[in-house]
Write a protein that binds this ligand. Sequence first.
Ligand code: PLP
Length: 389
Amino acid sequence: MHEPTVYLDHAATAPLRPEVLDAMVPVLRDVWGNPSSAHATGRAARAALDGARERIAAALGATPREIVLTSGGTESINLALKGAAWAGSARGHRIVVSAVEHHAVENAARHLERYGFDIVVVPADRYGRIDPDEVEAAVTDRTAIVSVMTANNEVGTVQPIRAIAERVHRHRGVLFHTDAVQAAPWLPLDVDELGVDLLSIAAHKLGGPKGVGALYARRGTNIVAQQHGGSQERYRRAGTEDVAYAVGLATALDLAVAERARIVPRVAALRDRLADAVLGDGVTLTGHPTERLPNNLSVVVARAEGGTVTTILDLDGLACSTGSACATGSAEVSHVLTAMGYPDDEARGAVRLTLGRTTTDAEIDRASALVPDAIRRAREAAAEAVPGR
Ligand code: PLP
């Protein structure tokens, strides 16, 4: 009998939670009004949207008017960076980002560079950590925005966000954004505790639907809309809101917050058990040994291509990746591993295994056998291709 796929790619996306589907279906079916309409049908949609916004705000320690609903992580990040850059362009054209950001941040910054913004990239250490002092050294009074992610999508390293925010805010008026898309399922995200002005999340990493996210923008934070039209989202994001998806995001986030204390230790223990089976014999951990997401086991495999390992695993019924899902298919090595000092030949051995709340003991048993075997076969293939390797 064909066994179901062992899904160890939760950093790419998580399966839709049944509770989220159950919360969304009645809204899609029954609450189909336009939340901007004044009549009762519209008001019902507005009430559902307001309720979802309140729950999203509460989960982040924010107020509802500080939440901008978007189409996902990428849009939230683009709105934060471009919106704050243009709003702050009178004070200066400097944008500071870390060297290990997701492409959404990196490429939004590169886009702004074409319009005269000056991008400063703060280096990472061997573990992918960003030093708050180095961020501070890069910030000037002419800086519009600084962006450092809460946790990395490839290697799982968690950044000292509170310390970085504190350093950034030593410069009056400089805004600090964090991409919390990967952190959201696993870490508490209280915007006051973190001290951030802007924070991005996406529902699909939390067991919500793809295509919806939120940007937290602290009260008084000026951002220029990137999409123009109606007055929705307090003029920060035009377009009729997707009420059902907002309810999906709110439900996924609520559940993550409620279950975190129970889920995190269980997932971390499963991840550690898998690490015991995988690490050693030329397979080494990437990212920080302790300051890392509880679900992330990312490694570099010596004497093999990460892409060969993941292809063999796919054929064997285990889904994982070499790194960011967005970079799959590109011949380039990970810019994150490069920033961490890995030479190209080592970085090509990258394999990322990311667990989720649905991962079972039995799946980790299977993965503990399949992964070392796939590595052995990938090494044989590499040795055949390059005799003597
Ligand atoms: N930022 C990080 C750290 C991510 O992992 C992702 C998703 O892969 C994104 C941003 C983009 O989010 P979305 O897929 O919702 O556009």
